[in-house]
Write a protein that binds this ligand. Structure first.
Ligand code: ZN
Ligand code: ZN
Length: 246
């Protein structure tokens, strides 16, 4: 999908485009296993022009995002393909450090409680997941509106792994038909967004990753001037409606 109008700014930093530039995939290209890109001839993945430096700055975080969710993606076509792809890469010695880091985040012990051997708690690097998610949302929003959203914003994030019950907000919106699935390859990445004008223009986004993982993000509109969003300071005294849940 090529954007309709000529794009003159980098959506990542908001400044005028200049060389060297890159085409940034939204969502990240790593979401698509190579075998799947071949099979479905995915030549029309959404890309946005960015500065090369801005694009490069996200590479490691995007890799982490995919690697940390990888243990949960098996069971769908896109997930299985991605799993195999990553497994092959690992055996060729690529990305070993990252895989080891993600492995270490699997803990058998949570807060001193020994879990049964088949229940392994996963500790995510919440900030990294949050920031990559926000980058994807910024890109999709920019593609629709050409509006640049700030690079820092606070989302309330939920991640629902296979076999878990998605949050009530998600179920309610799905039930009311408010979430319409979008995206050219829904087996890899599908998303919906909805705005509630009565609630500080609350944005609610839902994403389905590899047909296995449901991610939701809720946040006030970046133009919001409510006391929480307008607050500038080191620590807000109270948790607020935009606090991440992760
Ligand atoms: Zn830039
Ligand atoms: Zn607000």
């Amino acid at each position: 999908m090529k954007p309709r109008k000529a794009i003159l700014v980098c959506y990542l930093c908001g400044e005028a485009l200049r060389s060297p530039r890159d085409d940034d995939h939204v969502p990240p290209k790593q979401f698509y296993a190579r075998s799947l890109r071949k099979k479905y001839k995915t030549t029309n993945l959404l890309t946005l022009p960015t500065h090369r430096d801005c694009n490069n700055a996200w590479k490691l975080d995007e890799e982490y995002f995919v690697q940390s969710l990888l243990p949960f993606v098996r069971g769908s076509e896109a997930g299985d393909a991605l799993w195999r792809y990553s497994f092959d890469k690992f055996h060729k010695g690529q990305g070993v450090a990252l895989v080891m880091q993600v492995k270490q985040e699997f803990m058998r012990k949570v807060g001193g409680v020994i879990l049964p051997a088949n229940v392994i708690a996963k500790r995510f690097d919440a900030d990294r997941l949050h920031d990559v998610l926000w980058k994807i949302i910024r890109g999709l929003h920019f593609h629709d509106t050409q509006e640049v959203w700030p690079d820092r914003w606070t989302l309330a994030v939920t991640i629902t792994l296979p076999g878990q019950q998605p949050p009530d907000s998600f179920l309610a919106l799905t039930h009311d038909g408010l979430l319409k699935t979008r995206g050219p390859y829904p087996g890899v990445f599908a998303y919906s967004d909805h705005v509630f004008p009565d609630v500080n223009n609350l944005h609610f986004w839902a994403m389905l990753l590899w047909d296995r993982i449901v991610v939701t993000a809720a946040f006030h509109d970046p133009q919001c001037e409510c006391e929480h969003c307008a607050f500038i300071g080191p620590v807000f005294p109270e948790p607020l409606s935009g606090t991440r849940l992760l």
